[in-house]
Design a protein around this ligand. Structure first.
Ligand SMILES: [Zn+2]
Length: 252
């Protein structure tokens, strides 16, 4: 699978690893990785950092939006290569360690199976399976953070609680860059249906669908002109507009 890097704005890079994104924040030559792709993304993460003229030794911190295997996948690989701590929301730790009720990726299998008539869902499930989704390397040591905290890591993201997709999913706000990294609280490609444009991921992958919808209010209120999703391309425009699109797609 080919990895693709793309500059979003000063000090913010997107890395697309197949159907999932992660992001690299840069400050004074030091890097924060926001999410880490699939369980088998490790070698491609090193490739991506190389494309950015960097290496794993420049990574100072890893921050996760949530504990699904397509987002925490390469975290232990990068941690082992660099010693960089992995930062996780306090209430997402058990899931990221594979110890929460429902953290097993097999929990998603029955509902996903019912979606396999959709070509996009089949593509996603095949890629996920090939990339180790069902056998992730769960985290052990983590650093925890709380909602509304500004993290003392390169890029200094502020934590916005956007629960629903998982019980303690977070988005990361880079106010000075006008960027919101929304993870799977708001995506620009639903990997299950293949639909593009700002939207929620399909409810088969959402732990608490009503809570996902109320978290959209948090995103709508964020002061940013770009959102960077876990799946799909960067989306440029105000957050209130992005959320209006998502609500319209939801009602359709
Ligand atoms: Zn995801």
């Amino acid at each position: 699978m080919e990895i693709r890097t793309e500059r979003v704005t000063d000090g913010v890079h997107r890395v697309a690893d197949g159907l999932v994104n992660f992001y690299v924040l840069e400050e004074n030559g030091r890097l924060t990785m926001v999410d880490t792709g699939w369980p088998r993304s490790g070698p491609r993460i090193e490739q991506a950092l190389g494309q950015l003229g960097r290496s794993t030794s420049d990574v100072e911190a890893i921050v996760l939006t949530h504990g699904h295997p397509d987002h925490l996948g390469g975290a232990v690989h990068v941690h082992n290569a660099t010693g960089a701590p992995i930062h996780v929301h306090r209430d997402e730790v058990a899931r990221a360690r594979g110890k929460a009720k429902g953290s097993s990726p097999f929990a998603l299998v029955p509902s996903l199976t019912l979606q396999l008539w959709r070509p996009a869902a089949t593509r996603f499930v095949l890629q996920a399976t090939a990339q180790g989704f069902l056998t992730p390397t769960w985290l052990e040591e983590v650093e925890t953070f709380d909602s509304d905290e500004e993290l003392d890591v390169p890029g200094r993201p502020r934590v916005l609680a956007t629960p629903g997709h998982t019980p303690a999913h977070v988005s990361l706000h880079l106010a000075q860059r006008g960027v919101l990294i929304s993870g799977d609280a708001l995506v620009n490609l639903d990997p299950i249906t293949g639909a593009t444009g700002p939207r929620l991921p399909h409810d088969v992958v959402n732990a608490d669908p009503p809570l996902c919808r109320s978290s959209l209010d948090v995103i709508a209120a964020a002061d940013a002109d770009t959102f960077l999703p876990g799946h799909g391309d960067p989306w440029r425009g105000g957050m209130a507009d992005a959320v209006a699109h998502a609500r319209e797609a939801d009602a359709a």
